[in-house]
Design a protein. Structure first.
Lengths: 170, 380, 608
């Protein structure tokens, strides 16, 4: 996925070095922004039957971006976070078993969803790892919050994957 | 008014007059009436005039599913409803070839005998009231009510039990029921001497009831008299012994006969039958706990239950006489035709009309009650 | 015993003993109601949560005292067999026989120990019983549902089947069908509540045809069946029977075998007679309108049948050599014999439908021509491509798709079944291919080595229970709770399938969200892997222009409620719109036909 340049590689070091919640959020926002741009570009390349799906993925990334931005602009980030991370979502490692595909020039619906799933999975894993190595405090809470957000998005995508690929379980 | 009862108006001689007796008269059993022609206070002609309870049972039954009729039949005889349910169900079983589990047969006999006791107690009371002994009526109704409590326990209802269905019965007996039945029988036996004192051996009763409404043996047989009324003519005829059904062959009891054929004899025959029913129930209390198994054989979905083409006549010795159902099935989910042989249709019409001739007006009620007629059976 | 005639004894004072009653406890009762017995049949109680509004209580009521009342705001669920209505009882008619309680399919009705109601207001005698009781005083339950007095027949008559030895090396039909007596008994279990009718996507008149079977009138049954379904032989065998899911008898027992009864009725009537009954209303005078249907599956042929009966000229274009679609090329012959499918299709042909096979669009004919030459076009090409898991190694040539293989078996291709096969999937398609390939294995090697790997646990299988047990009888091994991880390949040959333990499939909210135990890895050594996880449609033949012009929804062609696409000349119906299922396809075919009929009727002039 590095070839699409949404920048998860080496992000660990970049995030680790950060001190303020605002800085972390800004980095997270930049990830979402890159992803949003990626889907927006993909939307023009795929055929019409897939455009709805890709468009929705782009919208969802944009929604995430807005969420993180609102959080960053909130004067009381730490206060907001403590509520948001009380029940961290659990990672069930589903996406590991979906091969992260090389999204070629003409991907189909299954490939796009598998790609999106791996993206969310990788992001969630990233934030989760960071939270584990961060001492307790607002920074750790923020990482947990970000991991939870990505996992929730992944769960939504999994549902869609099931409906599409397993065609109702026949 | 039934067509055969119609008589053109005759202008009577001046010393005769006509009295319409009933249907709201306290001396009439149920909603029933008798038109009597009197000379002084002696009856010279009596014409039974039923129809007040006509609800068209037989016809309605043709419109109802086999199972639905279970809810209808007990209404044909209010004081003694169990034989109606049992006989209907048995007729259906005969057509459909259904087996009734043994335990259910025992429960049915128990209910039949309990119902017989209830009916007789009710009749003692009514009979006493017709000659002015109201205390006895209260006692009879009281004792009957204790039995109704037991019916409620077993069947869920006091009068219209709707408990016996083709194939068996609807529930098994509740815990400890037979013990409570035994206690009640003890109580009834304790009370019987009091009934003797007040009623059966009372000078008033003996003097009023002796020689009233006499039926000879020949008359009884030719008029279709059955049940205690027949046995009061000293004729030992009892379907439980002569054409046994259910588990009666396994039970010991005497066929109670009384000489005389008059109102007193009929009263005494019933008294004797209560004693015999207690005897039968005691045997059931002893035997029933050892009889296990199902209480109902499986039925098809009652909404789609076609009985085979056929016909059956099932009869039961009820407290009134031979109660029977003649059912014809055309292979459908409902009876094609049902005929109910209510014993009272003989007792309350042809027998009563004849017995009243020559009797005095104050004996009308007594004669009718001594026959233990049940008007809905006439009007079914 | 004739000496009991009494003699007058004692004195006139003897009756005076009755005075002793003055000192005894009275037998009469106080005014307040006494406690009724445990079985008492008092006023009704009804558990609204359990009640499904089937109305059977009203059917059995011998006094017509029970009337079903629609309850505004109450949720109904036709698919689950719940109607938004509840029984109301008129105590002016009720005789407290409790037959309603004894027949109640759910056991929601019972009677309380309460028996006193006094009012001058007659309206208070008409009540809608609930759990609180007549006066909301929570009297205890009296007469309630009991096994002893249950009036329903809860046990389904078993369908026989060929012994495993007799069936597992051939494609003979597994189930022989009911005999007349069994069918009659099974039909007699129906209480005619109509839940099945509402649950069926095509709204088949199941109560009516079951009653006709019970009456022994098979021709009437066939007539009832053909009112809504031109694939009765097919649906009598392989329908997903939503009717049985909704069946009221199934609340406490086995649902009525509606599918087998339909099959029984169809098998009893001669094909010529079936045709006569199916077309008894005749074919309407020709309208001169022409309609093209693409794809001869259940949706397309149903629509074609309807349209032909309405007097339109219908031509069906089918890519494969024979019509039937997935019914022929997806469902194995041992479940649905081809002659039965042919019988259904013959009736459709008899109605005037012309079916042109071996006509793949884009080759001999194209959509633009069809558009020009017809008043309307319906596409019903189904979902006949298999989905792949796309796990590593799944592109190996020995990894096959179930739907491809099933079609090749029907086409009579000579298929070499390897000695050891694993099937990925837990639905009916997985079992169809496993059982078909196992038959080939047995033919070729005299032994079966077939493993079905399902993500689901045994109790939550998507496949029909009969499929699972019959497969086991045929020697197929089912392994539950395994998720595919990768296909192992060594030296270019397929070495096996590696699976991982699946802990759970759905999250608390019922979303697909499998959890795996990565430490639990198993390598299944097989020579071939068959994927049966899902299907998709091929819509590439529509062409870029039409693909761009059409509206799409969730990757499928978007249609309105009647099956019309965003292009006003084009309709779409069946699996390609709503996913795989025959009876849904039949229902969609009817809707599309009705919509096409009204659209072309409004059109002036005919296409030349």
């Amino acid at each position: 996925m590095s070839e699409h340049g949404e920048g998860h590689k080496g992000a660990h070091a970049r995030l680790k070095a950060m001190k303020s919640l605002e800085e972390i959020l800004e980095t997270a926002m930049s990830f979402e922004e890159t992803a949003g741009a990626f889907y927006a570009a993909l939307k023009d390349k795929v055929g019409k039957p897939l455009r709805e799906l890709v468009g929705e993925l782009a919208l969802e990334e944009a929604e995430h971006y807005r969420l993180f931005k609102a959080l960053r602009d909130n004067p009381d980030i730490a206060g907001q976070l403590s509520g948001g991370v009380q029940v961290p979502a659990e990672d069930h490692n589903f996406s590991k078993y979906i091969l992260l595909p090389d999204l070629g020039s003409d991907p189909d619906d299954q490939a796009i969803l598998q790609y999106a799933l791996s993206r969310e999975d990788a992001a969630a894993r990233q934030y989760g790892d960071l939270a584990q190595t961060t001492p307790e405090g607002p920074v750790r809470d923020l990482f947990l919050f970000l991991a939870k957000e990505e996992l929730e998005h992944k769960a939504e995508l999994e549902k869609r994957y099931y409906e599409l690929v397993h065609s109702g379980g026949v | 008014m039934r067509p055969e009862n119609y008589r053109p108006v005759k202008h009577p001689p001046s010393h005769e007059y006509e009295l319409y007796f009933g249907p709201n008269h306290p001396g009439i059993e149920g909603n029933y009436a008798i038109r009597v022609r009197l000379k002084g206070d002696v009856i010279i002609e009596a014409i039974a005039d039923g129809g007040y309870l006509h609800r068209g049972f037989e016809k309605i039954m043709e419109e109802r599913l086999w199972i639905q009729n279970v809810a209808l039949v007990p209404r044909i005889c209010v004081p003694d409803p169990v034989p109606m349910e049992e006989t209907y169900s048995r007729a259906v079983e005969m057509i459909g070839g259904l087996e009734v589990p043994v335990r259910a047969q025992w429960i049915r006999v128990m209910l039949l005998e309990m119902s017989r006791i209830c009916a007789h107690l009710f009749t003692f009371g009514g009979n006493a009231a017709t000659i002015g002994l109201y205390t006895n009526m209260f006692w009879g109704v009281t004792m009957r009510d204790y039995f109704l409590d037991l019916f409620e326990e077993v069947t869920g209802a006091r009068i219209y039990h709707m408990f016996i269905t083709p194939g068996g019965v609807r529930r098994d007996l509740p815990e400890g029921f037979l013990g409570r039945l035994g206690n009640l029988l003890d109580e009834l036996e304790r009370r019987m001497p009091e009934f003797e004192d007040l009623f059966f051996e009372s000078a008033v009763v003996i003097n009023r009831a002796s020689g009233i409404g006499i039926i000879s043996q020949e008359q009884a047989l030719s008029w279709g008299v059955t049940g205690p009324n027949l046995r009061a003519c000293d004729l030992p005829i009892d379907l439980r012994r002569d054409d046994p059904y259910l588990v009666y062959p396994e039970l010991e009891f005497d066929v109670v006969t009384v000489e005389g054929g008059d109102a007193l004899a009929r009263m005494m025959a019933r008294r004797g039958e209560v004693i015999q029913s207690i005897r039968i129930l005691r045997q059931i209390i002893a035997r029933l706990p050892s009889i296990g198994g199902a209480i109902r054989s499986p039925l098809p979905n009652p909404l789609a239950w076609n009985l085979p083409v056929g016909e059956a006549y099932a009869r039961t010795e009820s407290s009134k006489g031979e109660t029977a159902f003649y059912i014809v099935s055309d292979g459908g989910p409902r009876p094609y035709r049902v005929h109910v042989r209510g014993p009272s249709s003989m007792h309350a019409v042809q027998v009563l009309e004849k017995l009243l001739i020559g009797a005095r007006i104050e004996d009308i009620a007594q004669i009718m009650f001594s026959l233990d007629a049940c008007p809905p059976e006439v009007d079914r | 015993m004739s000496d009991i005639r009494p003699k007058y004894k004692g004195s006139l004072l003897r009756p005076m003993k009755a005075l002793s009653f003055l000192f005894r406890e009275p037998a009469t009762l106080p005014m307040e109601p006494r406690e009724a017995t445990e079985l008492y049949r008092g006023f009704h109680l009804n558990d609204w949560e359990k009640c499904i509004g089937c109305g059977t209580c009203g059917e059995i009521c011998d006094n017509s005292a029970i009337r079903m009342v629609d309850i505004p705001g109450l949720p109904g669920d036709p698919a689950a067999g719940v109607k938004a209505r509840r029984p109301a009882i008129d105590y002016g008619r009720c005789c407290w026989c409790a037959l309603c309680v004894d027949i109640c399919p759910t056991g929601s009705l019972s009677m309380s120990r309460e028996y006193v109601h006094v009012s001058r207001d007659l309206d208070t005698y008409l009540i809608l019983p609930d759990e609180a009781g007549m006066h909301g005083e929570n009297f205890q339950k009296g007469w309630a549902k009991s096994e002893d007095s249950d009036l329903l027949d809860l046990t389904r008559r078993a369908m026989g089947e060929l012994e495993a030895e007799a069936r597992s090396d051939n494609f003979n039909e597994v189930t022989p069908g009911y005999d007349a007596q069994t069918a009659l008994l099974e039909a007699s279990r129906c209480i005619q509540c109509g839940m099945c009718h509402e649950a069926c996507p095509a709204h088949m008149h199941a109560p009516e045809y079951i009653r006709a079977i019970w009456d022994g009138d098979m021709e009437r049954a066939v007539g009832e069946i053909y009112r809504t379904n031109p694939f009765p032989h097919v649906c009598g065998r392989i329908c997903t029977h939503r009717c049985e899911t909704a069946c009221s008898i199934g609340r406490r027992g086995d649902p009525v075998a509606i599918r087998w009864l339909k099959r029984f009725a169809m098998d009893q009537v001669e094909p010529e007679k079936v045709q006569e009954i199916a077309l008894k209303n005749g074919i309407a005078k020709s309208t001169g309108k022409k309609i093209a249907v693409i794809g001869a599956g259940p949706a397309g042929l149903t629509a074609a049948f309807d349209l032909a009966k309405l007097g339109h000229k219908v031509r069906v274009y089918e890519a494969r050599p024979e019509p039937g679609g997935m019914m022929r090329y997806g469902i194995p012959e041992y479940r649905l014999p081809y002659d039965k499918l042919d019988a259904d299709i013959e009736v459709i042909r008899e109605a005037g439908v012309e079916i042109k096979c071996n006509m793949r669009l884009g080759e001999k004919e194209n959509l633009q021509n069809l558009r020009k030459g017809n008043d309307a076009v319906l596409i019903s090409t189904g979902m006949n491509l298999g989905r792949s898991t796309r796990i590593p190694g799944s592109d190996h040539p020995q990894v096959a798709s179930a739907v491809d293989l099933l079609a090749r078996i029907t086409l009579g291709e000579d298929i070499k079944a390897p000695k050891r096969i694993a099937v990925i999937g837990g639905g009916n398609v997985a079992f169809d291919i496993a059982r078909s390939m196992a038959r080939l294995q047995r033919r070729q090697y005299g032994a079966v080595n077939m493993t079905v790997l399902a993500l689901e646990e045994r109790g939550a299988m998507l496949a029909d229970e009969a499929e699972v047990t019959e497969a086991a009888d045929e020697g197929i091994v089912l392994v539950n709770g395994r998720g595919p991880k990768q296909v192992k390949i060594s030296n270019g040959a397929l070495a096996g399938l590696e699976t991982v333990k699946c802990l759970s499939i759905f999250d608390e909210e019922g979303r697909f969200h499998p959890r795996y135990d990565e430490s639990d890895l198993v390598l299944h050594k097989v020579d071939m892997v068959i994927e049966a996880i899902g299907q998709m449609s091929d819509t590439s033949w529509l062409g870029d222009d039409l693909t761009e012009a059409l509206e799409w929804r969730r990757g499928r062609i978007a249609v309105d409620d009647d099956g019309r696409t965003s292009e006003n000349w084009l309709w779409a119906a069946g699996d390609l719109v709503q996913g795989p299922d025959v009876i849904h396809a039949v229902a969609a075919g009817h809707k599309a036909a009705a919509s096409i009929h009204s659209a072309v009727a409004a059109k002036k002039g005919a296409v030349k």
